[in-house]
Design a protein around this ligand. Structure first.
Ligand code: ZN
Length: 252
């Protein structure tokens, strides 16, 4: 068993008995790992704060086969503001669940880690709409994983797009000609096409450099949700919560 220091973001926490937690951590240079945090449920434990969901923390761990046992930890960034706002909390939970399901164990995923940290910073430190922040995160995640192409050229024939269509099975944005031949194609609002293209062509904080009208946001969310379901993972529990959350809000 070798001692090592790791740092990463806590994507999931599960209670193990009365005192302990099992964490899923997206760790820098390592990827997604499972970390056992003994005593982390106790408020007195040094692992209590760093082992919380959404925290970006450093841990001193012993590695035993594929299992990491943490016995010391420090918070690098807690993103406390996310925990204080139910909407931010809901979208950050969704981002964690999606990331956890989308990437395989122990495959270096520093680009995904970086974009998760940037999205959490946007959620915690700004008034950027959490719903749009989550959609932008999803598009960038699909882009990093090589699962979606930009919105300027058709992802089927490669021709420049004039009237964009969306097809979840054909790599996202396609042209009118291809759409006529492919079942499951839907007309895409110009703003939604430009948003997909913008997120794919930009990087870092810049990807949050736009806003959308309610109509475009609604369509983009619908299509990206279908796309994520088709290419990344089936059911995401937090989506149900988000849906209920929005229905409640719209009724207020
Ligand atoms: Zn085409």
């Amino acid at each position: 068993m070798a001692e090592e220091k790791i740092e990463g973001i806590v994507l999931k926490e599960t209670a193990m008995g009365e005192k302990d937690k099992r964490l899923v951590v997206l760790a820098k240079d390592i990827g997604k790992i499972t970390v056992s945090a003994k005593g982390a449920k106790s408020a007195k434990s040094k692992l209590s704060a760093p082992a919380q969901l959404f925290s970006y923390s450093s841990f001193v761990v012993y590695k035993n086969r594929n299992f990491y046992n943490a016995y010391q930890g420090d918070i690098i960034e807690a993103f406390y503001a996310i925990r204080q706002d139910i909407e931010k909390f809901a979208y950050a939970s969704f981002i964690c669940e999606l990331t956890e399901k989308a990437i395989p164990d122990e495959m270096e995923s520093n680009d995904v880690l970086r974009i998760t940290l940037i999205t959490f910073a946007v959620l915690a430190q700004t008034n950027f709409e959490p719903r749009l922040a989550a959609i932008i995160f999803e598009i960038k995640l699909l882009d990093i994983l090589g699962l979606i192409s930009g919105g300027e050229n058709c992802s089927d024939c490669g021709n420049k797009i004039e009237n964009g269509f969306f097809n979840a099975r054909m790599g996202g944005v396609i042209c009118q000609n291809c759409a006529a031949k492919k079942p499951g194609s839907y007309p895409l609002l110009e703003g939604a096409r430009m948003a997909i293209d913008y997120v794919i062509k930009n990087d870092g904080k810049n990807i949050f450099g736009f806003r959308l009208s309610a109509e475009v946001l609604e369509q983009l969310e619908k299509f990206i949700t279908i796309y994520v379901r088709e290419h990344l993972c089936g059911d995401i529990k937090s989506l149900k919560f988000l849906k209920n959350f929005r229905v409640q809000n719209e009724c207020l």
